[in-house]
Design a protein around this ligand. Structure first.
Ligand code: FAD
Length: 290
């Protein structure tokens, strides 16, 4: 069982718990992005097992008619085992998601996001996205990271493809030769990338950030260009703002909460606590009830 201190950031150990969390979010106007916790499998059986779990999950989302999608990590579904394992498992998930009855309000099947891991996986991840974006006519999305110097150029390739792109600042400590290390430089890159995306993308922009300045920038860019956009934040981080944004009639963006679940919750929770003291205090306050 997940202790209360971690349950602010992780929806539960089972798909049933995660789906119940989505239901409660949907009631408040927020959509869900479900992520089964797990990464860097070096053997094929656990990668295949997690891919199976995603196949079941996309069908469960559609069966319950939830406003939700999934987000998978390449190394969770076989990338560390080999490119073939990754490709085969991703294809299975994307196919099941596209075939699922009506995972979203448009009835196009459950949407599949591909998370982005460290820079050694960028090319293979973008190639996989491109293949499935074309095949499914846009029922997949990919994450790109503003801290990587290559990202602005990658966006030019992605602009011509169907599907959605999530821009994040980047969670991996990358070599200085290929990445921006200073926070202010990463923020500048995020702003530049966002401006380009609002200008050049038709299928929408996903703002994967808790940063009020970036969300404000996106709102201004939307007013200027009209490009549809969504804001995505993590479960347990600035949740009040997630609900406020969803309820604000002046904000023309869908709001998504990224919801991790599963038995491998400890390292994810530990990462959230380490990256920000306030996360630990927030979790602690929830436990002592103040
Ligand atoms: P930061 O620069 O960390 O913070 C900026 C401001 O945001 C802060 O000053 C504060 O005002 C506010 N803020 C941030 N955190 C908190 C908090 N805990 N409590 C209160 N206020 C806060 N990274 C990847 O590399 N690959 C991925 O696939 C990926 N997917 C992601 C998906 C989603 C939906 C999200 C939200 C993030 C994802 N990330 C991913 C992580 C991302 O790269 C960043 O590491 C993470 O989001 C922190 O950056 P930030 O933009 O939120 O702002």
């Amino acid at each position: 069982m997940i202790p209360p201190i971690a349950s602010n950031f992780v929806a539960g150990e089972t798909p049933a718990a995660a789906l119940a969390h989505v239901e409660s979010l949907n009631d408040r106007g927020v959509a869900g992005i479900l992520n089964l916790l797990g990464e860097h499998y070096e053997e094929r059986p656990p990668a295949d097992a997690d891919a199976d779990a995603y196949v079941d999950l996309v069908e469960a989302i559609a069966d319950r008619n939830l406003d939700a999608c999934v987000s998978v990590k390449p190394s969770q579904i076989g990338l560390d085992v080999g490119d073939d394992a990754f490709r085969e498992n991703l294809a299975r998930i994307v196919e099941a998601a596209s075939d699922s009855a009506s995972g979203d309000s448009e009835g196009t099947g459950t949407f599949v996001w591909i998370d982005m891991e460290d820079h050694e996986t960028t090319d293979v991840t973008l190639d996989a996205f491109e293949r499935h974006a074309v095949e499914t006519d846009g029922n997949v999305g990919v994450c790109v990271q503003a801290n990587l110097k290559r990202t602005r150029e990658d966006l030019e390739r992605l602009a011509d493809l169907p599907g959605k792109v999530r821009l994040v600042k980047g969670a991996y400590d990358e070599p200085a030769a290929i990445s921006y290390k200073e926070k202010s430089r990463v923020d500048e890159s995020y702003r530049d990338c966002l401006a380009y995306m609002f200008e050049a993308f038709d299928d929408g922009v996903a703002v994967g950030s808790h940063d009020p300045a970036m969300i404000e920038h996106a709102t201004e860019l939307h007013a200027e260009h009209g490009t549809p956009y969504e804001v995505q934040m993590l479960m347990g981080v600035r949740e009040a703002e997630q609900f406020d944004l969803a309820a604000d009639p002046d904000v023309d963006a869908a709001v998504y909460q990224y919801i991790p679940y599963g038995t491998k919750w400890f390292s994810y929770f530990y990462r959230r606590v380490r990256e920000r003291k306030s996360n630990a205090l927030f979790a602690l306050r929830a436990v002592v009830g103040r």
